[in-house]
Design a binder for this molecule. Structure first.
Ligand SMILES: C[S@@+](CC[C@H](N)C(=O)[O-])C[C@H]1O[C@@H](n2cnc3c(N)ncnc32)[C@H](O)[C@@H]1O
Length: 323
């Protein structure tokens, strides 16, 4: 059994290794999965409540109004199943699906997976209070490691939930590799429900990542503060500026931090030089058309069963089955 302190040490080693590796690349990059420490979780809640961040409302509308229909797709042949949510966050959207599944008296166990210890601790508090009938077990760690762990715990049919357009935090090639990896761990007829942000007016997309109040900016800058706190870094957070761009031709929305001056940053014993105006790629948020979603499903060994969209067609939760 791994103790909590050992788990934290392991997580910190990965955080350090990936941070150093990303900053040694040309151009420099960071990994958005590390945005979510305790402060990052709070800032992300604020992002989800921002007027400009249409994604949450659109997916919330799907879950609130169509959870029953999604539950019907899952209750196919009444077989018991494990519902595994990758990057569950606060589960405020998936809770509607959980309620619908409980109301239909389906035999399932919920496994929320999240890299943030804080997120899982909060769910362990909130879920029993909100859904006393829910059978669940939280898993702290990276998507694949925890999914593998879950498949070792139980051999029931799997329904994997991957919401919040988290798939968009990979470029299209990485997304395909990721989905092929999922398919590898699943069995025929297992299900993947995956949330995609759809291509739309470029201005609408850019505004969601470039809010006037600067919340997205503080979300990105918090990663520099986290590196200072946890990895013995000395970033001057005021010497970097958030910049977002959206390219309608390839659907990639990208967030960067721009160095405002020539500067040297130390992380432990490693030194990194930044020139004035040099950028660090912080996050990609890839947008898709339905045709591209279908291509991704087919290329990674799934077939599309159904699409659930909001009224404005901003967002889609696609139900895929292992082909
Ligand atoms: C954008 S939030 C979405 C939360 C929720 N799914 C929703 O739709 O509201 C992403 C969540 O995924 C988690 N996460 C990001 N990368 C992860 C990874 N590689 N493995 C496990 N969890 C990850 C974060 O900690 C965070 O809670």
């Amino acid at each position: 059994m791994i103790l909590s302190t050992e788990k934290t040490a392991l997580a910190n080693t990965e955080f350090l290794e990936e941070t150093l590796e990303g900053l040694k690349q040309e151009p420099k990059r960071m990994y958005s999965k590390y945005f979510y420490d305790e402060t990052g979780d709070v800032i992300f809640q604020q992002i989800m409540n921002m007027e400009e961040y249409y994604l949450t409302n659109a997916e919330m509308e799907i879950m609130k109004h169509q959870a029953n229909h999604i539950a019907d797709v899952l209750s196919d042949n009444n077989a018991g199943f494990d519902l595994i949510e990758l990057g569950a966050g606060d589960a405020t959207k998936s809770i509607h699906l959980l309620k619908a599944l409980i109301d239909k008296k389906l035999d399932f166990k919920y496994f929320p997976i999240d890299i943030s210890e804080h997120v899982i601790a909060e769910l362990e508090q909130s879920l029993p209070a909100e859904l006393p009938a829910l059978n669940f077990q939280g898993l702290i760690g990276d998507y694949f490691k925890m999914l593998k762990k879950e498949t070792a715990i139980s051999d029931r049919k799997k329904v994997v939930l991957f919401m919040g357009a988290n798939i968009g935090n990979m470029d299209v090639q990485e997304a395909q590799t990721f989905c092929m990896g999922l398919k590898h761990l699943l069995s025929p007829n297992d299900i993947l429900i995956i949330g995609f942000d759809l291509k739309k007016n470029p201005r609408k997309i850019l505004e969601a990542y470039n809010d006037k109040a600067g919340i997205t900016s503080s979300f990105n800058l918090n990663l520099l503060s986290r590196i200072n706190r946890e990895l013995d870094g000395d970033f001057d957070v005021n010497a970097f500026e958030h910049y977002a761009s959206y390219n309608p031709e390839n659907g990639a929305c990208k967030s960067y931090l721009i160095s405002l001056q020539n500067q040297t940053v130390n992380i432990g014993s490693e030194e990194f030089n930044f020139s004035k105006d040099e950028y660090i790629l912080m996050e990609i948020s890839q947008k898709y058309s339905k045709q591209e979603i279908e291509e991704l499903a087919n290329a990674s060994g799934f077939k599309v069963v159904k699409y659930f969209t909001d009224e404005q067609h901003y967002f889609v939760d696609a139900v895929w089955k292992v082909a």
